[in-house]
Ligand binder design. Sequence first.
Ligand code: ADP
Ligand code: MG
Length: 376
Amino acid sequence: MRTLDDLDVEGKRVLVRVDFNVPLDGTRIADDARIVAALPTLQELRERGARMLLAAHLGRPKDREPELSMAPVAERVGELLGAPVELAPDLDHVPDGDIVMLENVRYEPGETKDDPELARRYAALADLYVNDAFGAAHRAHASTHAVAQLLPHAAGRLLEREVRVLTGILADPQRPLVAVIGGAKVTTKIGVLDAFLERADAVLLGGAMCFPFFKVEGHVVGDSLCEEEGIEPARRALAAGEGKLELPSDLVAGREFSADTEVRRLDGVDVPDGWMGLDIGPASAARYAEVIAGAGTVFWNGPMGAYELEPFGEGTRAVAEAVAEAPGTTVAGGGDLLAALGHFGLKDGVDHLSTGGGASLEMVEGKTLPGVEALS
Ligand code: ADP
Ligand code: MG
C-alpha cells in the first residue's frame, strides 16, 4: 500500500477522501471524533504545502436533502485546522481556495455505483488522490475506489494505521490472542466470530447475542432479546468453538428495557419469565478480566450489555477497565462499543480505537477491502 511518504504533495492539489460521516443532532455535530481522527493527515498535507479538496459522505441522502449538507462539517474542520474551509456547492463550482470541501458525495447518484464518469469529474479537480476514509473503505464507490485508478494515490495516516494494526492482528498477533465479542445480534457478528474461532486462543461473548447460544444449550431466556435467525449460527459456533468459546456464567436482569426498571442479579444464565437479561454478571466480568489480563492481544467488538441504561453498564465497564489495565496490545471497534467507552471515560485505555465499523470487521475477517486494494 502506498502511503503519504510516497507522494510529493508540495504545491499540488490533493483530493482527500475522509470519513466525516458524523452523528448529527439536527444540523449540529453531536460527536466530532471522526473529524478529529483525520486531522493528522490534513495537518501533514498542509505542512507539506498541499492544497486540499476534501470529499466525504454524510448519511444516506436520496435527493440532495439540505440537512445532509457538509456545511456544518466544513465549518468544524475549519475550526479544528484553524484555517478557513470553503464549501463547493457542486462539482461545477469548486472554488480555488487552499482548503475546499466538496458537498456530500452521495448527493451524486453515481457515487455509490462506483461510476467511472463521476470518478473522472473528481479526478479532473485534483493532481493527487489520498484516501483516509477507513470507515468507507469496504465500499467500492466513485470517491473511494474508481477515482484511485485515475490519479497518483496513497493512503492517509489514519487508513494506514488502521490497516497496519488490523492486519497485524490477523497475520502475526502476540499470543494469547483473545477476542471479546458482544452486541445485539449474532447474525451481524458471525463473520468476525468465525474468524476468531479459527485464529484466537479464546473468544469471550457478551451482550444479547449470547441468548441464542443459551437457547441452544437448553437454557430458558425469559423475555431477553434473542434473535431467532441467530440460533443456527450459534449452534454451529458452539460446535466449532469447543474449548475456546466462553459464554457468561451469570447475568443481570431487568423487568424491561429501561434504566428505572426493577433489577435482579441471576446466579446462572436461566432467565425467568417476565425478566430480560440485560448485562453479564459480576462473576462473568471477573472471569473475562482474568483472561484479558493474560492476553498478548485483545480484540474487542460490541458491548457486554445494554450499557446505555445505567444499571446494565457494569459488565461493559468492568471489561473496559480490564482492557485498560491489560499489558497486551488492545484494539476496540464498533459504533456502540466506542460510544460506551466514551461514556465511561475509558477510551484512552485502548491502544487502538478502530474508526471503521463494517470496515474493521471485514478487515479482521481477512476480506479484501476495495478502498484499500485501490491504494496498492
Ligand atoms: P456495536 O455497535 O459496538 O458493534 P451492536 O450494535 O452490535 O454493537 O450492539 C449494541 C447494542 O446492543 C446496544 O444498543 C445495546 O443496548 C444492545 N444490547 C447489548 N446487550 C443487550 C442485552 N442483553 N439486551 C438488550 N440489548 C442489548
Ligand atoms: Mg451498533
